[in-house]
Ligand binder design. Structure first.
Ligand code: MEV
Length: 429
């Protein structure tokens, strides 16, 4: 792909957007066809969950303007909320002149937990587990020779003593397992189950739970971007002019609120997850795992806080970072079954799970910036309302051309409610 900027994409009629995408990317139209189909068939769905009675669709928007680690990338985003795709794309455009998004990832190491109960001497059992560490890791590595061949495998074993719990103290063994390009839940859970017997023999205890931890703090992604001051200056829809310095400082003040207050941090992080989840879902990954990991990581110091940080660099430009666990895969599960997920991965040209994690974190950071910029200047409702009004118009029964007409009417009257939309529709008829 030469560029992720496709001028005028938003204004194209729906029927022309795939043609434009094909022309801009060099993909054949049939390679993109999955985006216009209903995606998963009822038959495919039937093999995925129990009691299947159908499928559930979400809108799929295209995140534009992203440059991630120097690579232009168009990003499919599955989300029902208006403004998210537009917001992320707009912020990616502002970040481009500062070099786009720079992202680093740690090794794709997951944590598997093994709970050991009824151990007589916790310290002694811990020491013995460490003495047998090499054998235990070798046991795990015998399970999956393919993962081993691709450079993955058991990396470490950590023993923790939980001193206080409702049932008293017990041992927890952490298996650190490099799962390469998989999300890794199955691999980790299998490995934990395999370790149960040897751990019981070593400790004399009783192994209880054997399951991965979603607080995947060994599998982190860190995205950063710089937005030049000249990109930040703007005049709001209601005519207020903001300088770049003003917008920068207001964004930093808004971030400080989230950094200090868990009530605000929850909403701030929700905005980050608007972007993150949209790409996680579009690629068939487990968004519940990512959500759980994100919020647990945001509380890692004992107080829930912002996942991102915003400040100014030495030249006075706005500089942002987002760090969070990112347990996504590109092999296995729905990523390889769901036709839309497969097309999404192909469109982004993603070759490794780390590359996908980098793209997702960039969208999360861009989305956070979009929310902070709006909140810190003109307020969130001004931009949000015209898109929201269209949804209200549809809910009131507007179709085709009526949708924009009813929405515009409601925005002009500053009343966006279903009864208002119904009233306008009635007048139109
Ligand atoms: C809405 O979905 C997300 C925001 O509330 C995020 C934020 O407040 O930062 C706008």
């Amino acid at each position: 792909m030469t560029t992720s900027r496709i001028a005028g994409f938003y204004n194209l009629p729906l029927g022309e957007r795939l043609d434009k995408l094909a022309k801009s990317t060099g993909f054949a139209l049939d390679e993109l066809a999955a985006f216009h189909s209903s995606g998963l068939t009822a038959d495919q769905a039937n093999h995925m969950v129990e009691n299947s009675i159908g499928t559930f669709n979400l809108p799929l928007g295209l995140g534009l303007n992203f440059v991630v680690n120097g690579r232009e990338v168009l990003i499919p985003m599955a989300i029902e909320e208006p403004s998210v795709v537009a917001g992320a794309s707009f912020m990616a455009k502002l970040a481009r002149t500062g070099g786009g998004f720079t992202v680093t990832t740690s090794a794709p190491e997951m944590i598997g937990q093994i709970q050991v109960l009824d151990v007589k001497d916790l310290m002694k059992a811990s020491m013995e587990l460490y003495e047998h560490k090499a054998e235990l890791l070798a046991e795990v590595n015998s399970i999956d020779p393919v993962l081993k061949k691709f450079g993955g495998g058991a990396r470490d074993l950590e023993v923790r003593i939980i001193e206080e719990s409702p049932i008293g103290s017990f041992l927890v063994v952490h298996l650190i397992y490099d799962v390469r390009d998989a999300m890794g839940a199955n691999a980790v859970n299998t490995a934990c189950e395999k370790l149960a017997l040897p751990i019981e023999l070593i400790t004399g205890g009783r192994v209880h739970l054997r399951i991965l931890s979603n607080l995947a703090d060994h599998r982190l992604v860190k995205a950063s971007c710089t937005v030049l001051l000249k990109e930040l200056a703007f005049t709001s829809a209601d005519g207020r002019a903001f300088t770049g310095e003003q917008v920068r400082d207001r964004i930093i003040e808004a971030w400080a609120f989230a950094a200090a207050d868990p009530y605000r941090a929850a909403t701030h992080n929700k905005g980050i997850m608007n972007g993150v989840d949209a790409v996680v879902i579009a690629t068939g990954n487990d968004w519940r795992a990512i959500e759980a990991g994100a919020h647990a990581y945001a509380s890692r110091d004992g107080r829930y806080t912002s996942l991102s940080t915003w400040g100014k660099d030495l030249d006075g430009n706005l500089s942002g970072q987002l760090e969070m666990p990112m347990t996504v895969g590109i092999i296995g599960g729905a990523t390889k079954v769901h036709p839309t997920a497969k097309a999404a991965l192909r469109l982004m040209g993603v070759k490794t799970a780390a590359e996908l994690a980098s793209i997702i974190a960039s969208v999360g950071l861009a989305q956070n910036l979009a929310a902070l910029r709006a909140l810190a200047t003109e307020g969130i409702q001004l931009g949000h309302m015209s898109l929201h009004a269209r949804q209200v118009a549809i809910a009131a029964g507007a179709t085709g051309m009526q949708i924009d007409e009813v929405a515009a009417h409601m925005v002009a009257e500053k009343t966006i409610r279903i009864d208002k939309a119904e009233e306008i529709l009635k007048e139109m008829k």
